[in-house]
Design a protein around this ligand. Structure first.
Ligand SMILES: Nc1ncnc2c1ncn2[C@@H]1O[C@H](COP(=O)(O)OP(=O)(O)OP(=O)(O)O)[C@@H](O)[C@H]1O
Length: 265
């Protein structure tokens, strides 16, 4: 997947036409191949920020670059894919043809796009269901299809808006592990919106904690634990302390990091 790719958000404000000030003075940077989560209470502007990065929403002031390009430009769009909370699959198409759709829209020939669709279905463990229709899939499987569809264009950046929000805890954890494997295999940069602090700590290298009215980045927390993350990490004291740290910032308290000797390698 290649060249370094970074997201830079400088002093961004977003006011909607009805006057709502959704974001004010937001600064953020995402390094190439980094996994960054956006967390914060409902209405703090997480989805708005993600939609701005995707070029789906204009900013009112400030500066945003995605891999050096303005969001929404063909160059920026070519490098990213968006995964929503709802898998939004076309019910009349098989899994394979849903996954192949982005390549079809780019004019890639049938043989090549179906071969690539098979490949990415393998990445999400769904090769055996290529011929199934969405109605025959569980919620977790539908989300895997949605992720495969996002991966088929080999995006350098994956923007994910609460992708596992509608799933049960176990499926959520499994998909989280799969997502980290995919991220490691593809070198993709991931920006991930979640309400779940445990999920944010488990998956991320850094967490941007946002606060509302207007939406701001209150704190940037490092998760100083190397990949691969393991079930032991979930059971560790470090994990609990990091989650507590995020919650503390959300409640307006200090971001007291765990002491270095408490952090696992
Ligand atoms: N199209 C819109 N027009 C006006 N206001 C909007 C629009 N979209 C979002 N907002 C407002 O902007 C603020 C941020 O919304 P946003 O959806 O980004 O928050 P969020 O942190 O993603 O919330 P949630 O966790 O509930 O999804 C909220 O006050 C919301 O009501």
């Amino acid at each position: 997947m290649g060249s370094p790719f970074t997201i830079a958000v400088k002093d961004v404000c977003k006011r909607f036409p009805d006057g709502t000030l959704a974001l004010e003075g937001v600064n953020a940077e995402v390094r190439a191949a980094e996994f960054v989560s956006l967390v914060g209470p409902s209405g703090c502007g997480k989805s708005t920020l993600l939609r701005i990065l995707a070029g789906l929403e204009p900013i009112s002031s400030g500066q945003v670059t995605v891999g050096g390009f303005a969001p929404g430009t063909p160059q920026a769009r070519a490098e990213m894919a968006f995964v929503f909370q709802e898998p939004t699959l076309l019910p009349w198409r098989t899994v394979l043809h849903n996954v192949a759709l982005p390549l079809e829209l780019r004019g890639v020939g049938s043989q090549e796009r179906l071969a690539r669709a098979q490949e990415v279905l393998g990445l999400v463990g769904l090769s055996a269901r290529a011929g199934a229709f969405p109605r025959a899939l569980s919620g977790g499987m539908k989300m895997r299809v949605s992720i495969a569809r996002a991966l088929i264009t080999q995006p350098k950046i994956l923007l994910m808006d609460e992708p596992f929000g509608a799933l049960d805890e176990l499926t959520r954890q499994r998909l989280g592990d799969e997502l980290l494997s995919i991220k490691q295999a593809t070198g993709a940069t991931v920006v991930f919106v979640t309400h779940n602090m445990f999920e944010a700590v488990y998956l991320s290298q850094r967490i941007l904690v946002m606060t509302p009215h207007p939406g701001r980045v209150a704190e940037v927390l490092e998760v100083p634990v190397a990949y691969p993350r393991t079930p032991e990490f979930r059971a560790s004291e470090t994990y609990g302390k990091l989650v507590y740290q995020v919650l503390s910032v959300l409640e307006g308290g200090p971001a007291v990091p765990p002491k270095p000797d408490e952090v696992q390698a």
